[in-house]
Design a protein around this ligand. Structure first.
Ligand SMILES: Cc1ncc(COP(=O)(O)O)c(C=O)c1O
Length: 253
């Protein structure tokens, strides 16, 4: 049986996610998982749902896990790190960089929320607002990385990003080993790719993971990880491959 999916030189699977967790553990919050009765959502009361509250994570999203994984596992040059983001990934990279005493430059499109922009600045990163779409911010960030030598931290197409996001799966399984279906928000596919790598192919008969669109405004599309429309990276390849190898189901409804 495969132990994980290879992404470049790095294997993304349970062992590497466990090692990543040990590395980032002291920098992240172990977010709570809460039990909710189906009737709270106009469903049958026999349905039990469990929510993993990553909104309580530092910076407000799971992205902080991947940001720390990148900063702690990769060599950071003098020029620091650079990231393109719709907002959450940028805030996470800025936060992690400040905590670890590294420089960060974050590129966001003009449509990103002013609150997120303020947050990124508040964490001490250089913020560049450019273009109207994520793809334009990504292109500008790559140009700047080439000029400056800064390390690019991709929001989803990067092995360390998947390893960090996969720690959501690790915690969730510890908190509730009985889960039979997982619903995961999908943008570029980093989160679902990491979670798919954690759960792997074990217990296929019992466990399903499904992805659904994360944020229509960001251009994310349900159904396939990595639906950033019109961008150069139309699909997050790393997450997508991991999902295919671990038999993740995709839904668009
Ligand atoms: C709150 C939230 N949920 C889900 C996603 C989707 O994550 P991924 O791009 O790793 O699929 C994002 C991505 O920006 C996000 O900010």
């Amino acid at each position: 049986m495969r132990r994980g999916s290879s992404v470049g030189q790095v294997t993304v699977g349970r062992e590497s996610i466990t090692r990543t967790y040990e590395l980032i553990r002291s920098h992240i919050r172990r977010t709570p998982a809460i039990d909710v009765d189906g009737s709270d959502f106009a469903l049958d009361s026999s349905i039990r749902m469990v929510f993993k509250l990553e909104l309580l994570q530092h910076t407000g999203s799971f992205k902080t896990r991947g940001a720390f994984a990148n900063l702690l596992m990769r060599e950071i040059p003098e020029a620091g790190v650079v990231a393109a983001s719709g907002g959450n990934h940028g805030a996470a990279v800025a936060f992690a960089a400040r905590k670890l005493g590294k420089r960060a430059r974050i590129f966001v499109p003009a449509v990103s929320s002013p609150e997120k922009q303020e947050r990124i600045r508040g964490y001490g990163a250089d913020l560049v607002v450019i273009g109207n779409r994520y793809a334009e911010a990504l292109a500008a960030s790559e140009e700047w990385a080439a000029q400056s030598g800064a390390l690019r931290i991709h929001a989803y197409d990067q092995a360390e990003t998947l390893l960090g996001q996969g720690t959501v799966g690790l915690e969730f399984e510890e908190q509730d080993p009985q889960l039979d279906t997982l619903l995961v928000a999908v943008g570029g596919g980093g989160l679902i790719g990491g979670i798919a790598a954690w759960y792997g192919r074990q217990d296929q008969s019992r466990r399903r993971r499904t992805g659904s669109g994360a944020d229509a405004r960001s251009g994310a599309r349900g159904g396939t990880p990595g639906g950033y429309r019109g961008g150069r990276n139309r699909r997050g390849l790393f997450g997508w491959r991991t999902c295919r190898r671990t038999h993740v189901f995709h839904r668009t409804d």
